[in-house]
Design a protein around this ligand. Structure first.
Ligand code: FMN
Ligand code: SF4
Length: 421
């Protein structure tokens, strides 16, 4: 097993401190001091600091956080909302759960700072319905923060009001898509909406709204405490800082690891995750959660974990879900299961997604069960291509991309179907 330097921990720095979820323990580790500093600052200076850090959203799309905050129109007279996206439902991703269950005050501190920066008086944490334990822990932390005057009116003795409400979802993956989340929070079906208008301009209740992922917001206290420039010294030119990687699949030590962006995928698998279980050979890696196209073993050997390198290999960092697939695992079975997942989770508003996800699943099922034909493989490719970039939200692309990726990079898996007429 390869030995590697310890993880580069910024947001996981204190994660192993017993009872960190309790306010007193979080405060003993210096917690809430940065929020106290923030509420005495000029909000624009906070946005500037976050811009300097270069941090890009950790929810999947990788949009620069400072720019997102800077787009909010502050003078419309409408209330501004900050929504924390804790819906985490992409197969392969489980980092937000760790942050919610083990360090909820770090997130609340990030929410206080972000709310103050974007002039939001009210914030919602939209948490995945299945995260029952996390919901309890976070609610308790919110109550503790209110009890100390860190939330509510006159936050930390300032003139600012910041309210935080925890809202539990009901088990739909699509409610993690930011406009689906907004619809759901408004009490409607979790239907995504066409963009523009972007939520920053017209989101929750048609008001300016910032949607940020749990990890993004949990990083904000460190950035403000240490400065944007300090954060930007980690990572690469276009991928600043550290991020959490969820490593699952056929490895000795599956788990959540924090590393500098730009670290090698091999170090993540062979170092932090302890290498392949039982000395198995590697067949493929899904690098960013189930919607991201796979990497071949040759690509894995060359890949570094950053936005730019993943793009070179035709894939994405997504939400950091690294799924390690061993040689003995049937790839077609995996793909069949993934297509079923996306079919089940499509909200049905757009024809290419509603129909396409169903067809992808049907064809993959036939192929996996040895009943597929060359025509099925051709139709799989055609259908997936027709689902890209033509729908209200990116779920359609998310369903099509792994199919196209496996077809391109693992053509031999489809060989027997191709030989069937
Ligand atoms: C189908 C779909 C599901 C998504 N699920 C999540 C999710 O569970 N959590 C999340 O933070 N972002 C999710 N996103 C991304 C959000 O739409 C949005 O980009 C993100 O919450 C913005 O936060 P960030 O800028 O901090 O990354 C999803 C996107 C799509 C298209
Ligand atoms: S792409 Fe799919 S999930 Fe997204 S809005 Fe359209 S039908 Fe719904």
């Amino acid at each position: 097993m390869k030995l590697l330097a310890p993880e580069r921990r910024i947001i996981l720095k204190n994660i192993e401190t017993p009872n960190l979820h309790q306010l007193s323990v979080y405060q003993a580790a210096g917690g809430y001091q940065t929020a106290r500093k923030a509420v005495a600052m000029n909000p624009d200076a906070i946005i500037e600091e976050v811009k300097k850090s270069g941090i890009r959203g950790r929810g999947g799309a990788g949009f620069p956080t400072g720019s997102k905050w800077g787009f909010v129109p502050f003078k419309t007279g409408k209330p501004i909302y900050l929504l924390c996206n804790a819906d985490e439902s992409e197969p392969g991703c489980f980092k937000d759960r760790l942050l919610l269950e083990r360090n909820p005050h770090q997130l609340i501190e990030g929410i206080i700072i972000a709310s103050f920066a974007v002039r939001s008086l009210k914030s919602y944490i939209y948490i995945r319905g299945e995260y029952a334990t996390a919901a309890k822990v976070v609610q308790k932390a919110i109550d503790e923060a209110y009890g100390q005057g860190f939330l509510g009116k006159n936050v930390m003795g300032s003139t600012h009001t910041i309210d935080v409400v925890l809202h539990r979802g009901a088990g739909a993956y699509i409610c993690g898509e930011e406009t689906g989340l907004i619809s759901s929070l408004e009490g409607k079906k979790g239907y995504p909406r066409l963009k523009p208008p972007f939520p920053a301009v017209s989101g929750f209740l048609n008001c300016p709204t910032v949607v940020n992922n749990v990890e993004t917001l949990s990083t904000v206290p460190w950035i403000l405490a240490n400065g944007g420039e300090a954060y930007a010294t980690y990572g690469t030119e276009q991928s600043r800082g550290t991020r959490l990687f969820c490593v699952s699949g056929w490895v000795n030590r599956p788990g959540v690891y924090e590393e500098e962006l730009g670290c090698t995928l091999r170090d993540m698998i062979d170092g932090h995750a302890g290498g392949m279980k039982e000395g198995a050979k590697l067949k493929a890696v899904i690098p960013g959660g189930s919607s991201t196209p796979p990497l071949t073993p040759e690509e894995v050997d060359k890949a570094t974990l950053d936005f730019e390198t993943m793009a070179k290999f035709g894939t994405f960092l997504g939400a950091g879900g690294i799924i390690v697939i061993p040689d003995h695992f049937p790839l077609l079975k995996l793909l069949e299961r993934l297509t079923e997942f996306y079919w089940d989770e499509s909200c049905g508003q757009c024809t290419p997604c509603r129909e396409g996800t169903g067809w992808l699943y049907k064809m993959m099922k036939a192929i996996e069960h040895g009943k597929g034909t060359a025509q099925d493989v051709a139709n799989l490719q055609k259908t997936a291509n027709q689902m890209m970039g033509v729908t209200i939200c990116a779920l359609s692309d998310a369903a099509a991309m792994p199919v196209l990726g496996f077809l391109k990079k693992f053509p031999n898996e489809f060989k027997s179907a191709r030989e069937h007429t």
